[in-house]
Design a protein around this ligand. Structure first.
Ligand code: UDP
Length: 371
């Protein structure tokens, strides 16, 4: 029987932050395993061989946070490339800012109508306010309801059906609420104080976080294949909580993605780093990675995301699906988890939460303070 002090399952952000804290602050040994053949979990990136451009294998990860502690912590392990993300969606064939803002309004409507809607929005909600689309739909004003219906249909409905397989109102309101209507001229995707990408990529940052002689990394190692042959003082599990319990209470659903990378023989293909397609095509969005780190190449590489429902053994898990039934099932797993003395669940899959990267890091830092 192998014995370790700390076993961490999953080499993504949650796992590596916990490993680093345990090694550097408690001076304890950590074994961190991952079933994949690389570190970093879904933040893993690499330089594409043909173009030399850094791409995110599991889709776009743009770091943003208001949490100074998280920002300062990660800054120990990377230099930053300051970068404010800008996203457009093609609606009615026109590229408009996402979040849909006052400029988007003026792009899609005739001036008189846009002016009238802008005045009503300002009066009802005020300037610089963010209004979730599901809330805007309940405006009790026929003009604002018309606007809400337009944005709902053109920006949210098609995209959400592609992305999640259901309508926005069939998911927890926080999902569509991530991208509210923004009564502003600010065309950035995020308004957080700190917005940046690791200058040398996420994988390099993760490597630095793991750079401690007390941390041992074992890749291509499935927890299931070692769990009966290993003893630990503590286990931190960032895999899927339902899988840990062998799906005893039933399977939690996840969404997955097929991401197709295509090299184009031109300098730039798109007007900006990310274009969403709520109405057209089978993919949700296309991402042109050379914009991210402002990398230079004669060619460009663009990814196209095709979402589908996760099937065990076939796909990678990308997103928990936040709705009432799934939350109830997850809560029942949490009750079982509470019976375990030395096991903690973390991360998007362990906590079954649609975390952003900064929330993942924050959760790991807070958990470390509690143990
Ligand atoms: N969304 C949408 N249209 C858009 C952008 C977002 O309907 O143009 C909705 C969609 O349901 C999406 C959710 O808002 O899944 C969250 O979007 P976000 O960009 O935060 O998704 P992520 O980058 O996490 O995949």
């Amino acid at each position: 029987m192998r014995k370790v002090t700390n076993l961490i399952v999953g080499c993504g952000l949650s796992g590596v932050v916990l490993a680093e804290r345990l090694a550097s602050q408690k001076h304890e040994e950590v074994l961190i395993i991952d079933r994949r053949n690389h570190i970093g979990g879904n933040v893993y990136d690499y330089k594409d061989k043909e173009t030399g451009i850094t791409v995110h294998q599991y889709g776009p990860h743009v770091f943003h946070t208001n949490n100074k502690e998280v920002w300062d912590y990660l800054s120990n392990f990377t230099e930053w490339h300051r970068f404010m993300y800008r996203v457009k969606a093609v609606i009615d064939g026109i590229e408009v800012n996402i979040p849909f803002n006052l400029d988007s309004l003026h792009k899609v409507f005739p001036q008189s109508l846009a002016n009238k809607l802008e005045t009503k929005l300002l009066k009802k909600f005020g300037f610089n306010q963010k209004v979730p689309i599901l809330q805007l739909r309940q405006s009790n004003d026929s003009d604002l309801e018309f606007l809400a219906q337009y944005i709902y249909e053109k920006v949210f409905l098609g995209y959400t059906i592609k992305q999640w397989g259901v309508k926005p109102e069939d998911l927890d309101a926080s999902v569509s609420g991530r991208v509210p209507v923004y009564i502003s001229r600010d065309d950035r995707y995020f308004q957080d104080r700190y917005q940046a990408l690791p200058l040398n990529g996420y994988t390099a940052m993760i490597k630095n976080i793991l750079n401690n002689p007390l941390i041992k990394v074992e890749l291509n190692t499935d927890f299931a294949s070692i769990r009966n042959n290993i003893e630990y003082d503590r286990l931190f599990f960032s895999g899927a909580i339902d899988e840990y319990f062998n799906y005893e209470l039933g399977k939690l659903p996840y969404r997955s993605l097929d991401i197709m990378f295509k090299i184009h023989n031109c300098n730039y293909l798109q007007s900006g780093p990310q274009i969403n397609y709520p109405e057209n095509y089978d993919y949700t969005r296309s991402v042109e990675y050379k914009y991210y780190l402002d990398e230079k190449s004669d060619k460009t590489i663009v990814s196209y995301e095709y979402p589908y429902s996760y099937e065990e053994g076939k796909h990678e898990r990308y997103y928990p699906i936040p709705d009432k039934a799934n939350q109830d099932l997850y809560d029942r797993y949490v009750a079982k988890a509470k019976e375990l003395k030395n096991v903690w669940f973390v991360g998007r899959l362990g906590d079954y939460k649609y975390y952003n990267m900064d929330q993942t890091v924050s959760r790991a830092l807070e958990l470390f303070k509690e143990i």
